[in-house]
Design a protein around this ligand. Structure first.
Ligand code: MRU
Length: 345
């Protein structure tokens, strides 16, 4: 079950908009098609978006006819800009594009640069997969035998092009033999929880209960949730975390009920250039996603609609941030600075 696979001169992605009814794979060789697939959430989840963006740059580069280096690099910049404009919130996309930009500076001629870009995209993919595997191992220690865990959105293999973030932590603890139970929120408006997390939990054989987003307070108030664990799209230096809309609500509820609230993310999701979550750009998506469910209209035509795709959870609500470089606790700024001192750009 791979979100994205590099096939030498094209990528194969699993169209996540069709899940769980159909497992449809798309083979894409044009960077514009990958950009559309990202914008349309055919491939989604912060690390997976970064990987897809990197491959899109590599494929775009292979298509450039120019043999003069300056002209090639000018065209490459335009491609990078197109991919950067697909989705604004996930830090992983921009970090991957920055790495691709740097890789383009390494070759002496166009052929060398093309090879460097393909290799860099593959390295970004391998790095994200490895990071999610490692953070899942570290995070699994936090989940005790017998825990019931509440998770939001979809954070598994499909969201990460690797092992998973929040879902990876749950899966790793389960594989280690801990008896766990999961509450998976449906995650309105696009139902990543109901469609994809439920599908992945089923495949993993982990016992779970699917609930609507509005049921979370009910189950917390009855003492049925031992911890909440979510992924992230961008984490500011102070630990403020942007994640799927509804995450902030869960964090406030968790604090009210004294339930630990964990964020699991690779360091590629952290943006130490932003002092706080107030600076994180929040994607606003089409009103259709709210007024329709899987194409069926559920609201009167023409009503006013808001559709922010993410919200920001302020750092005081977060118990710990699980990364591949370690579990960071308050004050997050110190821990994040320490990790970034030891990371290559
Ligand atoms: O809009 P999506 O489906 O891309 O949002 C995904 C999430 O919010 C995930 O929780 C996040 O990317 C981190 S998990 C890989």
């Amino acid at each position: 079950m791979k979100a994205i696979e590099w096939l030498g001169n094209r990528v194969r992605i699993l169209d996540q908009t069709r899940l769980p009814q159909e497992e449809v794979y798309l083979e894409l060789s044009r960077y514009q098609d990958i950009a559309s697939a990202i914008a349309e959430l055919k491939i989604r989840g912060a690390p997976a978006i970064g990987v897809a963006g990197a491959y899109a740059v590599a494929l775009g580069a292979l298509e450039i006819k120019a043999t003069a280096k300056t002209e090639f690099l000018r065209k490459l910049q335009a491609i990078i800009q197109t991919i950067a404009s697909t989705r604004p919130t996930a830090r992983n996309l921009f970090r991957a594009l920055e790495r691709m930009g740097r890789a383009s500076e390494s070759g002496k001629n166009v052929d060398q640069i093309k090879t460097a870009l393909v290799n860099e995209a593959i390295a970004i993919h391998t790095g994200e997969a490895e990071a999610t595997r490692r953070l899942s191992q570290l995070g699994a220690e936090l989940l005790k035998d017998g825990f019931t865990i509440l998770t939001h959105c979809n954070t598994g293999a499909l969201a990460t092009a690797g092992y998973g973030t929040a879902f990876g932590v749950i899966k790793k603890a389960w594989e280690r033999g801990k008896k766990l139970r999961v509450f998976a929120t449906e995650t309105r408006p696009l139902l990543q929880g109901a469609r994809i997390t439920a599908w992945e939990l089923n495949k993993a054989g982990i016992p779970f209960t699917l609930i609507t987003d509005s049921m979370t307070g009910y189950f917390m108030s009855r003492g049925e949730v031992d911890c909440v664990i979510v992924g992230a799209d961008r984490i500011a230096l102070n630990g403020d975390t942007a994640n799927k809309i509804g995450t902030y609500t869960l964090a406030v509820l968790a604090k009210e009920h004294n339930i630990p609230f964990y964020v699991a993310a690779p360091t590629t999701t952290i943006d130490p250039s932003l002092a706080s979550g107030a600076e994180i750009p929040i994607e606003q998506r089409s009103s259709d996603e709210v007024t329709r469910i899987q194409g069926i209209s559920i609201a009167p035509e023409g009503v006013d609609v808001a559709n922010p795709a993410f919200d920001v959870t302020p750092h005081p609500y977060i118990t710990a941030i699980i990364t591949e470089s370690g579990i960071i606790r308050q004050p997050f700024g110190e821990g994040i600075k320490e990790i970034f001192r030891n990371l290559s750009p």
